[in-house]
Write a protein that binds this ligand. Structure first.
Ligand SMILES: *Cc1c(COP(=O)(O)O)cnc(C)c1O
Length: 427
């Protein structure tokens, strides 16, 4: 069933570390061989053995309209013909920036980059540059890309200051990253007591990288207040939740406003795009207007901008799709919950717009520690493995979120619930 993928994986491992260009793709936490993909068709992925999968990963978030959306495809093809990159301004960048600025009261200017990692890294430099302070507050379990300052884990003992979570990251850098517990405001208060040099709090307001764990609105409000009191900036990392949780991301469903927002994933519709955005005042400090340096040879790439612009305009023209996406996400989740209950299996889950997630746990976790403690990872691994065999492609880790796309039908969802019925019996 996976013959070609097994062979391809062996060959890939000879020339690419672990056979993949991003570690999660190797299926290490669930086992088995990752299927190598040949193509997408709407709601489906087709691998090189010809297996078809209903896709709940959607390239880890970007493909809210599914694969090969005609409008996005046409825009990309048309733009390609005029050249792939100029390293000079194009109209498309202004158009995409304008679409975003128009949507958010707290955003006047946008700078485009090529990945979420870059967006966050640049946003943090901006926050440090603007406040002239060096420490940052980050939450355990939130992922903000793989830049040095953000690859931290809890330090030894009760220390607030993070230590590197990867070899190659200097401890001198991570000592400026203060690690807190998600949804625990006391841990944030303690950081502000320990350090008077905090430039910003960075947070996924709806976390999708420790599994799906939304922040409590009161907790975010308290973070906002701590920032205001201590002259620090609040950064919402909406690389995943942006244009996903609602048209305006988490910002659209919370009454807390961030000072800087980072975007990625949906903003490029499958092409490499990231962005960070803020007020005129803060963005005014960015080079070339200001002194804070940030740059990129392929930033604002026209083909990528065309994809993002087409996708964003479609979303803005049809804001009602979020309700529909959420209805479908809830339908799937409720179906799975029922199957789990019938089989006496602890199962929790939640949705926000087109983002959703579930845990094999008896109680809904509220932070990374609880995810690690409450969840049955073996059970998830088996579920994942069996679902793949039945043609349902979920993210290959309990620590990931899932996504609904506009092209997934009610029949697709019903088929998924039906398939899970047989699987849960043997979990
Ligand atoms: C995916 C993700 C990133 C990193 O984006 P890349 O494009 O993979 O560099 C950063 N923050 C969040 C919240 C993400 O989900």
């Amino acid at each position: 069933m996976f013959e070609n993928s097994v062979k391809a994986y062996e060959e890939a491992k000879e020339v690419i570390p672990g056979g993949v260009d991003s570690p999660v793709r190797a299926f290490k936490s669930v086992g088995g061989t990752p299927p190598f993909m040949d193509r997408g068709e709407g709601a489906y992925l087709i691998d090189i053995d010809g297996n078809r999968y209903l896709d709940f990963v959607q390239s880890w978030g970007p493909l809210i309209f599914g694969h090969c959306d005609k409008d996005i495809e046409d825009a990309v093809l048309e733009t390609c013909k005029k050249g792939l990159s100029f390293g000079a301004p194009t109209l498309l960048e202004t158009q995409l920036a304008s679409e975003i600025v128009e949507m958010f009261d707290n955003i006047d200017k946008v700078r485009f980059v090529s990945s979420g990692t870059e967006a966050v890294m640049s946003a943090i430099r901006l926050a440090r540059g603007v406040t002239r302070k060096e420490d940052i507050v980050k939450f355990e379990g939130c992922y903000h890309g793989h830049s040095d300052s953000l690859l931290v884990q809890a330090g030894s003992g009760m220390a607030t200051f993070g230590s590197p979570s990867s070899p190659g990251v200097p401890a001198d850098l991570t000592k400026h990253t203060l690690l807190c517990e998600y949804n625990n405001i006391d841990s944030v208060k303690k950081c502000f007591e320990d350090s008077s040099d905090i430039s910003c709090i960075i947070i996924e307001p709806i976390a999708g990288n420790m599994g799906f764990v939304p922040a409590d609105p009161e907790f975010l409000k308290a973070c906002r207040e701590l920032c205001d009191k201590n002259n620090a900036l609040l950064i919402f990392d909406e690389v995943m939740s942006g244009f996903r949780a609602s048209l305006k991301g988490a910002s659209g469903i919370l009454d807390v406003q961030a000072d800087i927002i980072t975007f990625g994933k949906v903003i490029g519709a499958g092409m490499p795009v990231g962005a960070f955005a803020s007020s005129k005042k803060i963005m005014g400090e960015l080079s070339p207007d200001g002194a804070i340096y940030q740059a990129g040879t392929l930033s604002g790439n026209p083909v990528a901008m065309a994809a993002g612009l087409t996708s964003l305009r479609k979303l803005k023209a049809n804001p009602e799709i979020y309700e529909e996406l959420n209805r479908k996400a809830e339908k799937l989740l409720n179906g799975l919950k029922k199957v789990a209950k019938n089989n006496n299996i602890g199962f929790q889950g939640d949705t926000r717009g087109s983002m959703f997630g579930f845990f094999f746990a008896d109680e809904m976790p509220k932070n990374f520690k609880e995810v690690s403690e409450f969840c049955n990872f073996d059970r998830f691994g088996k579920f994942h493995h069996e679902m793949i065999k039945k043609g349902f492609y979920f993210a290959c880790s309990q620590y990931e979120a899932a996504f609904m796309s506009t092209v997934i039908s009610d029949e697709d969802i019903e088929a998924c619930i039906e398939a899970s019925n047989e699987i849960f019996k043997n979990l």
